[in-house]
Design a protein around this ligand. Structure first.
Ligand SMILES: Cc1ncc(COP(=O)(O)O)c(C=O)c1O
Length: 452
């Protein structure tokens, strides 16, 4: 059977999973790779196509993790592969700070046109999401002459010192890594499912506590930027009530704080629109992209108001590999694929198929406390008891393992590690979506049938 045919099937030898070749690699990994870099699934990939991934034992999986929401166009989209190969044949690297190349400019032009906002915009490319966040802070400080940065609890912005300081979750991101960067302040982010009152009260409370931060910890006139995920990703797909984001934009206007939308996870259709802030008509001063933009090649970007972006002096931002030409070529192909294959419409269709199925599962399984999300950025929060809402992190691990064993790669997230999240590639067929959700439903059955 050809690999193409094989990849159309999903399946593992569950009884023997993950198999001998994976086990052999695991032994080597344990011996030679630092344990701090953890891996969700104990498998080693050999080949990926579209929504499918094959491992060294020949197990084939539906990949609903998609490189943590990086493969909107799926594994090895032919257009991306062709563009990458063409660029590889020309040249691999010059460093944009030495000799420039057209793909960087083309990408900057296309992204500045895509990001919402009427003011003229400019772009800067980096390697990782964390680097985009770091650079946004540098740009905001240079533009405002202010030093403080405001971010939110339960957020995730990266693993470098500054981005870890901006991240609002202790385990595993911050624990043992202090002292943290100064001039960083974290305010509450509304989490309606875990708030004892109404959604409106939840927003009022979060805003009151943010104003309290301004009164007790930092003068808003010292704050350069407010960095916000429009939907918290690693935090468990928390969708804030729209009024919260609109009020943040107003506060930023009032105090001349730059509004920085971290769309590294939400970007490129993950919420059903190209960028999540488009749901609210918000114009950010800076918007951060990463993950999906280059279909797996390391690339991120800061896009924003030209007057703000031009604040740092020449030579003060960038890096050896930042905006690498191969990654830019992949990113241009990704934008073409989004247009040609109408992936935004497909993203919304996937959401329409998946959400009702998850809601049906919630009726069946009492361990699903909440189904939430925006567009196809969907998740279920698992609880031991729907009344007390006590988080069920162990059951979540159990569900994940059952999914992995039966051919679905899927991730968890959340403050309590009890949220199962879906990151389907938008090239998934309806059949893929249903098949993945069947595996998830089957995995949830194992929880319900266990005596707790
Ligand atoms: C919202 C958000 N910001 C920043 C990052 C950091 O990106 P990277 O891992 O590429 O540094 C992530 C990664 O998950 C993210 O979800």
């Amino acid at each position: 059977m050809s690999i193409q045919d094989r990849l159309l099937e999903v399946g593992t030898n569950a009884a023997d999973w993950p198999g001998l070749a994976n086990r052999e690699q695991l032994i080597q990994r344990e011996r030679y790779v630092a344990r701090g870099v953890s891996s969700t699934v104990p498998i080693f990939a050999t080949r990926g196509r579209g929504a499918h991934l094959e491992d060294v034992d020949g197990n084939v999986y539906l990949d609903f993790a998609a490189g943590i929401g990086t493969l909107a166009v799926g594994h090895c989209h032919p257009k991306v592969v062709t563009a990458v190969k063409a660029q590889v044949d020309n040249f691999l690297h010059t460093c944009f700070s030495v000799a420039m190349y057209p793909p960087y400019i083309d990408l900057a032009r296309r992204l500045t046109n895509l990001v919402p906002g009427s003011a003229p915009k400019k772009a800067l490319f980096l390697n990782s999401g964390a680097e985009a966040v770091e650079n946004a802070v540098k740009i905001a400080r240079a533009a405002t002459g202010r030093s403080a940065v405001l971010a939110f609890q339960n957020s995730f912005h990266g693993r470098t010192l500054l981005t870890m300081s901006l991240t609002g979750k202790v385990h595993p991101y911050r624990d043992g890594f202090g002292p943290f960067a100064p001039e960083v302040f974290l305010a509450p982010y509304p989490y309606p499912y875990r708030y004892p009152g109404s959604t409106e009260a939840c927003v009022d409370d979060a805003l009151a506590r943010l104003n309290h931060v301004f009164r007790t910890q930092v003068d808003p006139r010292q704050v350069a930027a407010m960095i916000v995920e429009p939907v918290q990703g690693e935090g468990g797909f928390i969708v804030p009530p729209p009024r919260f984001l609109l009020e943040l934009r107003k506060l930023c206007n009032e105090h001349q704080i730059l509004f920085v939308a971290d769309e590294i996870q939400t970007g490129y259709g993950r919420t059903g629109k190209m960028f999540a802030i488009e749901h609210h008509g918000i114009e950010p001063d800076l918007l951060l992209v990463g993950k999906s933009i280059a279909a797996g090649l390391p690339l991120s970007g800061v896009i924003g108001r030209a007057d703000v972006m031009d604040a740092p002096r020449p030579g003060s931002v960038g890096g050896t590999y930042s905006g690498n030409p191969v990654a830019c070529a992949a990113a241009l192909a990704v934008l073409d694929v989004f247009e040609e294959e109408q992936l935004l419409e497909r993203a919304r269709a996937i959401a329409q198929l998946a959400r009702p199925r998850l809601e049906k599962m919630q009726k069946r399984f009492s361990c699903i406390g909440e189904v939430r999300g925006l567009g196809p950025m969907l998740a279920i929060e698992l609880v031991k008891d729907p009344t007390t809402r006590e988080p069920a992190p162990e059951w979540t691990t159990q569900v994940l393992r059952a999914c992995h064993q039966h051919g679905l790669i899927i991730l968890k997230s959340g403050l309590y590690d009890n949220v199962v999240r879906l990151h389907m590639p938008f090239v998934c067929t309806d059949e893929d979506v249903n098949q993945g959700l069947n595996i998830l439903e089957h995995a949830l059955e194992t929880i319900e049938h266990t005596d707790h």
